[in-house]
Design a binder for this molecule. Structure first.
Ligand code: MRU
Length: 350
């Protein structure tokens, strides 16, 4: 099976399925989602993760939350249920804006369309979830084409975390140009940071790239500097969870360090940001809420026994903010944006 056929979220024959990414790379298991609580849990536990995929899961999840409402029921009650389910799901994770973006988009479709019956309301919500999924797939494909224009055959490319096909509807954001290049015989050499503490680079990026036949080398996070110094890296590509109006971009913890290193070595740093991830309501990176997760992920999760003394204090931020000054270009589905981002992101979204 081609890696593109592995959808992180799908809704077929009346069933919502999520690929349980916590079990990768060992097992490819889909779990059936029947309640909003199950969607919440899947997002919070990172069974589905990656900003665009979280948005798609939230959209279908909102539909799942209201799909059993009686067809003959009261529309006002239905609207209340939709509102409450949206507020509930939006709290699953704080940093990726695609979560609240998708929920708001679903709710806006309902209020603007003014359906005459519960049946009509359900149909339009399902159609909106399908549209969010399809538009993300198209956006990722377009980002691949724009991004490839910045890369040359034979380049060495470093990536951090996983912004690949399983983090999106399909193709990925920053891995999309790598797949397109692969199809066209570009022969990229990709270096994947393992991405502590949850190992999205080791478990997910190296899994999906090697499945597609891409030349990928796994490194520990603290090896980024040496591979750059060795002259093996010509470009860094990453995804983004929320880009503020001034071009500061939150992404997986460790991204900002990689960007600073890239600048020091004179290597371009490209952040892939679909327009669904740009948040003009947030002025700068300082205003982005950074998720903090359980310290257990650092000292125990991947070990047979704890690798730190009992009761150790931990600090486990899931994301950090890369300042706009370290980002060489922002790749969106509408084209490539260059500094000054404050001005140019606004122009792009007009
Ligand atoms: O905690 P995660 O695995 O959801 O973090 C994912 C990232 O940081 C990705 O780089 C980002 O969401 C972009 S995915 C196209």
């Amino acid at each position: 099976m081609h890696v593109f056929d592995i959808a992180p979220v799908r809704y077929t024959d009346g069933t919502m399925l999520i690929l349980d990414q916590t079990r990768l790379p060992g097992e490819e298991v889909y779990i059936e989602i029947e309640t909003k609580e199950a969607v919440f849990e899947a997002i919070q536990k990172l069974r589905v993760r990656g900003a665009p995929a979280i948005g798609v899961a939230a959209a279908y999840g909102l539909y799942v939350a209201v799909r059993d409402f009686p067809e003959t029921g009261d529309l006002v009650e239905f609207a209340k249920m939709l509102q409450e389910a949206g507020t509930y799901l939006a709290a699953a994770r704080p940093t990726a804006v695609n979560l609240s973006w998708a929920i708001t988009r679903m709710q806006t479709r309902f209020t603007e369309q003014q359906p005459k019956s519960v049946g009509e309301a359900k149909a339009l919500l399902f159609a909106e979830a399908e549209a969010i999924r399809a538009e993300d797939e198209a956006a990722c494909y377009a980002m691949g084409a724009h991004g490839l224009s910045l890369l040359k055959p034979g380049m060495g490319i470093l990536t951090h975390c996983n912004a690949g096909t399983i983090a999106t509807a399909r193709y990925g954001t920053c891995l999309s140009p790598i797949y397109l290049g692969q199809e066209r015989g570009y022969g990229f050499r990709v270096f994947a940071d393992e991405t502590r503490p949850l190992l999205q680079g080791a478990r997910l990026t190296s899994w999906e790239l090697s499945k597609a036949g891409v030349d990928v080398t796994l490194i520990c996070d603290n090896m980024a500097s040496i591979v750059m110094k060795n002259g093996w890296i010509d470009a860094v590509v990453t995804g983004c969870d929320r880009m503020a109006a001034n071009g500061d971009g939150a992404n997986k913890i460790g991204t900002s360090g990689v960007a600073i290193l890239a600048k020091a070595y004179g290597i371009p740093f490209y952040m892939y940001v679909p327009t669904s991830t740009i948040d003009l309501e947030t002025a700068t990176g300082d205003d982005i809420i950074i998720e903090e997760r359980d310290g257990e992920e650092i000292y125990r999760m991947w070990y047979e026994k704890p690798m730190a003394p009992a009761g150790i204090k931990t600090y486990n931020p899931a994301f950090d903010v890369t300042k706009a000054e370290y980002i060489t270009a922002v790749i969106t589905e509408k084209g490539i944006v260059r500094p000054p981002y404050g001005e140019n992101l606004k122009k792009l979204l007009k």
